[in-house]
Design a protein around this ligand. Sequence first.
Ligand code: SF4
Length: 481
Amino acid sequence: MKYALQGHDRDNGVQEMLISLLPDESHDKAEELTGEGCFSRAWEENGEICASARIVRGEKEGFFEARKPIPTETDGEEYKRVLTWCVKTAVYQALVPLLDKRPAWGSMTGVKPAKPARLAIREGMDPTQLDAWLDTHYDVTENRRKLCIRAAEYSLSAEDSLLPRETQLYIGIPFCPAKCSYCSFVSNDMTRWGHMVQPYVDCLLKEVEAAGKLLRENGIPLGSIYIGGGTPTTLNEGQLEALLTAVDTHFDRSVCREYTVEAGRPETITEEKLRIMAAHKVTRISINPQTMNDKVLEGVGRRHTAEDIVRCYEMARKVSDFVINMDLIAGLPGDNDDGLVDSVRRVAALDPDNITIHCLARKRGARLYFGPTGELPSETLDACYAILEDKGFEPYYLYRQKYMAGGLENVGFCKKGTASHYNICMMEELSDVIALGSGGVSKLCSQGGRKVNRVVNPKFPKEYIERIDTIVKGKEELLDE
Ligand code: SF4
């Protein structure tokens, strides 16, 4: 849709709202509009910030005007926030009546819906007031408000449990046995990049040592460790042993409450690797089916079956008392509503401790870029969530992405006492995260996550290996920035 602005510079706000409501269309700014499009205007009047949107779409036309008092603070940040809210709300309210369906998340476009909810509770709102605020301020539907409030409650309790200066550690292994068709991560196919794994691990061990030194010398407590990817279990037994030994050697884990290895794909998981993890006191692993439908698995390039998942899960249960997470994806090509519900039932029947349901995000980095695939109805996800809640799971963290199927969300569910501390801290930006390996993004957070300074490692393993000395030096000096 073409859009034009008058009286404000909230270009991003208008773009975000149009992408969120019309994800399959492109949205371009125009100097002026004739015919179809969105005309967004803002002005001040009688002590208020006012914004209007007029939208013409085919035969239909919508108009809305939003207003809020001009804030009294002087640094300009609150003024910008209120102006953005007015501009986005006007576009949302003008456009939604022209669509077939009210979006589940209303006018909330942020990727971390629980974060403003947590901050609102911190500022004194109780859950009833928060529910009303999400409804009136953002037009969020009832089931999403519930999800948001429960995730905010989990994040508040994680925040309250943080030690002074507590930091979380992420270690990335950017290799996979083969690339899934929907994947937009930097995951390097082992058939092509397998020769780089050993040099990559050698460099990673240097960065582990530098990060360990940084935390020890600064007396910073380590709250959790997350080894993710890619697929960390693409490392062979010797490489995995070397990495976990380096973590043991260089980090003080005396207050570390959780240690995750995202095993991921069953064809990479062996009993010996599970035993190595158990010996190094890994506490949490992921075994990710994505779907329990073999045809869909084959269609997206996963080289395992649902039966492999069950076998792997049972093997992990025999080896140790790991907290086990299992990921599913809603909206995979070839899947449908019944297939998703069936996968959720079958995975829940295995009785893992955590289940995470992702909605497919259509990203241009993926080998298979989807065109319009139809809506993933929020009612289908609600049915999946109800199955999990019946089995004793609670939603504990959530996030959204642009271009997500149906504009919905990714939700982590947990059985009581098994919520992942790392996932909450990272998603809600509650504490610093030091990230190692290619593509790692360290986050230095302040003011309860309101300010986040990001320090980024090179994206690709080749570049990471070439620049390891500079990266190690940067790690040693990370906290001086
Ligand atoms: S296993 Fe995960 S990271 Fe690897 S290609 Fe598939 S989706 Fe991407």
